[in-house]
Design a protein around this ligand. Structure first.
Ligand code: ADE
Length: 418
């Protein structure tokens, strides 16, 4: 079996950690049990480009149990857990092409390695697999009947492909499921971003000024958790409705140029480019910490920092310190790559349980429905969201009410008024 991992000898530790995550993914496990009986993906080739983590390993197990043939590469050069990659190869017989810290050329070589499997379904986190396939590998297109996309940034890219009329097959926006973005983006990113910053720096958040750029679901989660740690949180936002929401949630709002002068820790989660730039770095306090938790490493304009810095050195693992001509030091975490995966382990398994249950359902949905779908970005039916939420609640030992017949009738009728 072809593969490219760092060291196959790391497999035993990877297997233990995959099983640890599995214990915290009961919904996905129940899907895996059903999949192993029903084999809904029998013989289907799936090419996946995801963060290679313990949680992803459990998704690969579920797909394989359903009868699929899967091949996996990383969706970010820094997010691979090498022991997990090795265990997937050695223990679960999944071809993996991913090495933590791989350079850009190797990263794309690995995407091509997965495309060489001629996938029928593409599974992406950020749309690098789909964009490579569309721009450089149209030999693979004839096999593909559908795809899935995990993250907000990927969905935005795919919608722009759809708008330009270049998207060649239907893609399920897993991100748009409520049981994905309301939980993974908010509680997953909220916790794991703080986790990454603390593992990288060990700074005290209580009493510090944390600047959160972007108040989408990820930004909301980080702002909420930073406040929970005792930080004073400033939110930067360009959308007036979201900004208003941040204000009413009790956060301080201001433009980036003002926040740059007072923040201790800066975290970008906008999905946009060059959010923190030269003119902001120049104003920052000595010792400021700058991290990105958006999908791509474009939110911090590190090139401009490189240009103006007199010196730079690695002061801790994941921390590069830039000395500016004004004598101040700026600490950039994880090369500006998403900090929750670069310096920590990404979202906890119990939240990925729901995200990856959506991925598993999305593959099953594509197999049965692809012929009726257009070459568009589509959502999963609401009933799947409800099924995943109900399963999750049951595993958490919560029980909820259902509507009475009278209530059902009331909601269905327009005749009742004042
Ligand atoms: N994205 C964020 N956290 C993740 C995780 N733990 N596994 C896979 N993808 C992720």
């Amino acid at each position: 079996m072809k593969h490219d991992v760092k060291d196959i000898g790391l497999a035993p530790s990877g297997k233990d950690r995959i099983e640890w995550a599995d214990d915290r993914m009961p919904v996905l496990r129940s899907i895996r049990d059903r999949f192993s009986k029903d084999k809904p993906l029998s013989g289907i080739r799936i090419g996946a480009c995801l963060h290679v983590t313990t949680e992803t390993a459990n998704l690969m197990r579920a797909l394989a149990a359903a009868g699929a043939e899967v091949a996996l590469c990383a969706s970010n050069p820094l997010s691979t857990q090498d022991d997990v990659a090795s265990s997937l190869v050695a223990d679960f017989h999944v071809p993996v092409f991913a090495i933590q810290g791989e350079d850009n050329d190797t990263y794309y070589q690995h995407i091509h390695n997965v495309l060489d499997f001629n996938p029928q379904i593409t599974m992406d986190d950020g749309a690098d697999l789909v964009s490579t396939l569309h721009s450089a590998r149209d030999d693979v297109l004839e096999h593909v009947f559908g795809g899935t996309e995990e993250t907000t940034t990927g969905v935005i890219r795919l919608r722009s492909m759809e708008k330009e009329g270049v998207l060649k097959y239907p893609i399920v926006a897993v991100n748009d499921a409520e049981t994905k973005h309301l939980f993974d983006n908010r509680y997953g990113t909220g916790q794991s971003t703080i986790d990454g910053i603390l593992r990288a720096t060990n700074v005290l958040l209580a009493g510090s000024i944390v600047v959160v750029a972007g108040y989408g679901w990820c930004g909301r989660g980080v702002a909420m958790r930073a406040r929970g740690m005792g930080s004073h949180v400033i939110v930067l936002e360009v959308n007036p409705v979201k900004a208003l929401e941040a204000a009413m949630d009790g956060f301080t709002l201001m433009p980036v140029a003002e926040a740059a002068e007072i923040g201790d820790v800066f975290i970008t989660l906008t999905g946009n480019i060059a959010v923190l730039r030269k003119e902001h770095f120049e104003k920052m306090k000595d010792g400021a910490i700058v991290a990105n938790s958006g999908h791509f490493n474009v939110e911090l304009d590190i090139e401009s920092l490189e240009e103006i810095a007199a010196k730079k050195k690695t002061v801790r693992e994941h921390v590069v310190q830039y000395l500016l001509p004004n004598g101040r030091r700026i600490n950039v975490l994880g090369e500006g790559r998403l900090i929750n995966l670069a310096a920590a382990e990404g979202h906890p398994a119990s939240v990925m349980d729901m995200s990856f249950s959506n991925q598993a359902f999305a593959c099953e949905y594509l197999v049965s429905q692809h012929a009726s779908l257009k070459n568009e970005v589509v959502r999963l039916p609401e009933r799947i969201d409800h099924e995943i939420a109900a399963l999750k609640l049951a595993t958490m030992d919560y029980r909820i009410d259902s509507l009475t017949d009278q209530q059902e009738r009331y909601l269905a009728s327009w005749k009742h008024g004042t």
